[in-house]
Design a protein around this ligand. Structure first.
Ligand code: PLP
Length: 441
């Protein structure tokens, strides 16, 4: 894209009598697209999902074979073996979706009425819904705005004698501070369940996330870096826990898998053979796609970090690999002539760069108060504990982050490096024109 004229160009152009034309050209190309100028980018970003012929073959094989249920076929088992081996875990159980992987995990740990579970407020609602499904209480620990992850330095202060689980999320694919979290878990004998739903192939000190806590959970929902429309999995190195999970997710059946023998209560949270067949195929591309995202994200971060008012999310020192399900940064409007984030996002979109403002504060969602006010919760918990919940669950750093965050999706990192340059150019253009945008957009 043409840049604004340098002093030298202005002088050079003046000497050849071209200055008026060049200045007019620069003003046109720098005019924000939202105000009618030409956008920095007109091409779409890479589409998702990536579909190869091999996906079609694998899918049709299941369809024609007629064994659509995992109790009849072996696609699910094969996927579980491959995913467990890829991550370095002893056991993998594929599930209907990520939410059910979380529910099964909490259930296997015996989390239930009367218990408290530590969760971050900066996450998708499913993390917290899984806790509520057990009739346990979510206790929110504030976010570290530099990393967008749960602030591990604040976890210990939130523990009580009722805390039965710590549920960190590797948000956006960037690992939470697992050294600190695992240490707190060890010290207080509280199991850690990793919500790795957005963190396929992410690593903490060269070990794959999801294998560090008692259990780790993935989602394979349509937007995810490994995707089968819907789907999920849990990983564990504990064979006893695995057996409970396996049984619970299969209506409480015992080792035989099918038939009418039950060893516990349970539910049908099984994956289908269609999902598993697609996952096995998609899995063949995940490493390469992941490396592309990492390369592009590194290039993007280097350049964005130089723009005043743009602060890319930092990774913790122990994070050796980021899955970049989301590319996240904070936007400081003071460096953009006071241009609000909403108008910044609109201007960016008009330049051909789609972006979102991300989550709103989950701990303040009215549905939480309604749930805690329900007949079931009132039957389980003392009125005082429920009444104090709001006060106990304030997360001011997260409130602020929710106003400043900007996200790009993982698919935007899958193209060539020039795509990153266009993202940077669009942001720089908006910054140059922020004064005009502030008064006219
Ligand atoms: C952090 C997080 N946890 C849990 C889930 C739930 O996964 P699913 O949608 O597959 O049930 C998601 C998926 O969107 C997620 O992003």
């Amino acid at each position: 894209m043409p840049k604004p004229l340098t002093r030298r160009e202005v002088l050079g152009a003046a000497s050849t009598g071209l200055v008026a034309a060049k200045v007019a050209h620069s003003a046109t190309t720098d005019k924000p697209a939202v105000l009618g100028g030409s956008p920095v980018r007109t091409k779409p970003f890479p589409s998702w999902p990536v579909i190869a012929e091999s996906d079609e073959r694998a899918f049709m094989q299941v369809l024609r074979g007629g064994k659509w249920n995992r109790l009849d076929g072996d696609c699910a088992r094969r996927f579980e073996e491959t995913w467990a081996a890829t991550l370095g875990a002893k056991h993998c159980l594929a599930t209907a979706n990520g939410t059910s992987a979380l529910i099964i995990s909490l259930n296997a740990l015996g989390i239930g009425p009367g218990d408290e579970v530590i969760v971050p407020p900066y996450t998708f609602v499913a993390t917290v819904n899984a806790v509520l499904m057990q009739h346990a209480i979510p206790v929110f620990v504030d976010t570290d705005p530099e990393t967008f992850q749960i602030d591990a330095r604040k976890i210990e202060a939130a523990l009580t004698e009722r805390t039965r689980c710590i549920l960190p999320v590797h948000l956006g694919g960037s690992p939470a501070d697992m050294d600190a979290i695992l240490e707190i878990g060890r010290k207080h004998k509280i199991p850690v369940v990793e919500d790795a739903c957005q963190a396929h192939l992410a690593e903490w000190r060269r070990r794959k996330v999801s294998t560090l806590g008692a259990l780790g959970c993935f989602s394979f929902q349509a937007s995810k870096n490994l995707n089968s429309g819907e789907g999920g999995a849990l990983l564990t190195n504990d064979s006893d826990l695995y057996r409970v999970c396996q049984s619970f997710h299969n209506n409480g059946r015992g080792d035989t898998g099918s038939g009418f023998g039950y060893v516990r209560n349970g539910a049908n949270l099984r994956i289908t053979e269609f999902q598993a067949a697609l996952l096995t195929e998609q899995l063949k591309r995940v490493e390469e796609q992941s490396r592309t995202r990492e390369r592009n994200a590194a290039h993007l971060t280097k350049q964005l970090a130089e723009i005043p008012g743009i602060r890319p999310a930092r990774m913790y020192d122990g994070a050796t690999r980021n899955a970049y399900h989301l590319y996240m940064f904070r936007y400081d409007k003071a460096q953009f002539a006071g241009l609000s984030r909403a108008r910044f996002l609109k201007a960016l979109e008009a330049e051909g760069i789609p972006a979102s403002g991300g989550y709103t504060p989950l701990n303040k969602e009215p549905f939480l108060k309604h749930t805690l006010d329900s007949r079931a919760y009132r039957a389980i918990y003392p009125a005082k504990q429920l009444a104090e919940w709001t006060e106990r669950n304030q997360c001011p750093a997260n409130d602020q982050l929710c106003q400043e965050a900007v996200w790009f999706t993982q698919t935007m990192l899958l193209g060539p490096r020039e795509d990153m340059d266009q993202i940077v150019e669009a942001i720089r253009k908006i910054q140059r024109q922020a004064g005009t945008l502030q008064t006219r957009s």
